[in-house]
Design a binder for this molecule. Structure first.
Ligand code: TMP
Length: 238
């Protein structure tokens, strides 16, 4: 599969056309950003590390029968992915209260709710990706109620597999963000990265944060922590 012209460049990824109409190559950049690009930096090797971690996780989910866009790893920092029609919403899955939920509801970080929480957000960075609900999504013509039910079902399964995988390497999956697309037959496909850039991961033994909060909150050792996550997953999945 040959990499052709650049189709899109975002804050942390580039998407390239290939010589197949139903495949693209996604390249992970070393750029890291937070608070809608207000805070930015370049972390050497971060593209390779997030590609590594995301490829391991999506490969694992594929092996469990979850439909994802990931086909295979391409070089150090790339993934061959299925072309999908992206749905402009984000699902945030929360197992532990943290981040914007703690802030919005005046709760302490670390509270473990009885049930898993699913937030639905509209992907509009100019509006700050606002929290919406199912009725908004249907009214805006983004998804049907049937698709929403399927998306939550897939999100719950993804969460179960992630919790199990990370449990085995001593890490709590606090929360994560995922996006979906529609395949040619209309079925929903997980079409996103899963890495410490898009998940909150807390070390079970020390409570230490092993994710992008290290960058957001100036905790230091961002690359070293991502390396540790990659190493633990590599050992668990070999
Ligand atoms: P939040 O607590 O800021 O709402 O974030 C919840 C989780 O979603 C956290 O793991 C970070 C991730 N996330 C993204 O990956 N991208 C985003 O644009 C947002 C808002 C959150």
């Amino acid at each position: 599969m040959n990499q052709l012209e650049l189709l899109y460049e975002g804050r942390s990824k580039q998407i390239y056309k290939t010589d197949s109409d139903d495949r693209v190559i996604v390249r992970f950049k070393d750029d890291i950003s937070a608070f809608y690009n207000i805070k930015r930096a370049i972390i050497e090797n971060k593209g390779r590390l997030t590609c590594d971690i995301s490829s391991m996780i999506l490969g694992y989910l594929n092996s469990k029968g979850i439909s994802t866009h990931f086909v295979e790893r391409v070089g150090d920092d790339g993934q061959l992915c299925r072309v999908v029609d992206h749905v402009p919403v984000e699902v945030i899955v929360r197992n532990v209260v943290a981040g914007s939920m703690a802030k919005r509801l005046g709760l302490d970080e670390g509270i473990v709710p009885e049930n898993t929480i699913f937030d639905l957000c509209l992907r509009r960075s100019d509006l700050g990706d606002p929290l919406i609900n199912d009725h908004h999504a249907v009214a805006l013509g983004l998804l049907s109620y049937e698709e929403l039910a399927k998306m939550y079902e897939m999100s719950a399964s993804i969460n179960n597999y992630l919790v199990e995988l990370f449990e085995s390497v001593g890490i709590t999956v606090v929360d994560f963000k995922i996006e979906f697309g529609r395949a040619a037959d209309g079925s929903l496909v997980l079409a996103d990265e899963l890495s410490p850039d898009t998940c909150r991961l807390w070390d079970k033994a020390t409570g230490e944060r092993m994710d992008k909060d290290r960058f957001r909150r100036d905790l230091g050792r961002v690359r070293e922590t991502y390396e540790e996550v990659a190493e633990r997953l590599r050992n668990a999945l070999k």
